[in-house]
Design a protein around this ligand. Structure first.
Ligand code: GYE
Length: 333
């Protein structure tokens, strides 16, 4: 009886042990066939200024195209609505989200040191889009992708000095871009420099139109009210303000492009259409289609390559109805 009990106990123990061994064998992984980790996308956070002009919309679309055309890149987009504080908030949120690259189109030149130092401390490279900044430490940004604003101003002036020469007596009104933006500061300075040896060319009024059509129209109305028929030239820091001004000039009863010569910067389709109709005279191109360059820079940075401090756009100058008509079909923005 006692022996029977011992045998039964040993059999049960053996069975349990076997079960455990069996279970253990089944549960253990037999080979290393885990799926490979999905390759990580490069994440760009873009702090855009807003939507003040046709140029800006074209740039936004070009950047939003990046993740559609480049499957290895993801984009986080923020619209700053013209406010630096919104852009600073966006940058801080991109830092918190640990993006790989921060792209910033800075609404104004100054006031970026603190937040860009935070990005630097987080080891996130900052790429400036289309406008430059003033910082004491140039290492706070990695590169600037955009145009040569002083040159654009000079090219606008050159069109006028070629047209009027040294003997002409010409009153110029100027519509400035957003005050404190590098586009405004440098287009103003480049233009001044370009006309300085032509004493007949005088800027009689200069005011901001905030880079918008509505404000360009409003300010041009005020210029016409005070100086009316004494204005020979309008220099606008962007096409949208020139488009608004054209309306103001027509409503005032003058012919834009004839009674008042107009030169502006950007190269949006509307400006080419107006020039093909003789309503404006010269367009200095500024390229907003910066998405492909940003994608390339982001990829280079992710690969540990060094990038140029300035990725320059190449741009032209267009003058007259015939050139506008010829260029119109191929304009992309
Ligand atoms: O010329 C203007 C826009 O920063 C280059 O900003 C850009 C300027 C552009 O709103 O139309």
């Amino acid at each position: 009886m006692k022996n029977k009990k011992i045998v039964a106990f040993l059999s049960a123990a053996l069975l349990v042990t076997t079960m455990f061994i069996g279970c253990g064998t089944k549960a253990a992984p037999t080979s290393g066939t885990a799926a490979p980790a999905a390759s990580k996308k490069i994440v760009i956070g873009f702090a855009q200024i807003g939507a003040e002009s046709g140029w800006r919309d074209a740039e936004t679309n070009s950047v939003k195209d990046i993740p559609i055309k480049n499957k290895d890149i993801e984009l986080k987009f923020s619209d700053g609505q013209q406010k630096q504080e919104n852009q600073i908030k966006a940058i801080r949120s991109f830092i918190a989200q640990k993006v790989d690259v921060i792209a910033l189109a800075p609404v104004v030149e100054s006031g970026w040191d603190t937040v860009l130092k935070e990005a630097k401390d987080a080891k996130i490279p900052v790429v400036l889009m289309d406008r430059t900044i003033k910082v004491a430490d140039q290492s706070l940004f990695t590169t600037f992708i955009g145009s040569d604003f002083p040159l654009e101003g000079k090219n606008a002036a050159k069109f006028l000095t070629d047209k009027y020469g040294k003997t002409g007596k010409v009153n110029i009104v100027e519509l400035q871009g957003t005050v404190g933006s590098s586009a405004q500061v440098d287009r103003m300075a480049g233009f001044k420099e370009g006309i300085k040896d032509f004493p007949g060319l005088k800027i009689i009024k200069s005011q901001t139109g905030d880079f918008t059509r509505a404000k360009g129209k409003e300010v041009m109305e005020a210029f016409l009210k005070s100086d009316g028929k004494n204005i020979q030239v309008l220099y606008a820091h962007n096409d949208d303000m020139a488009m608004g001004a054209i309306q103001a000039i027509e409503e005032y009863g003058l012919k834009p492009g004839k009674d008042i010569t107009i030169v502006s910067i950007d190269g949006i389709k509307d400006a080419f259409t107006a020039m093909s109709q003789g309503k404006t005279n010269c367009i200095v191109e500024c390229n907003p289609l910066l998405g492909p360059q940003l994608a390339q820079v982001a990829r280079d940075l992710a690969a540990g390559k060094t990038v140029d401090k300035w990725v320059k756009s190449s741009e032209g100058v267009f003058a007259g109805a015939a050139e506008a008509t010829k260029a119109l079909p191929s304009r992309k923005y």
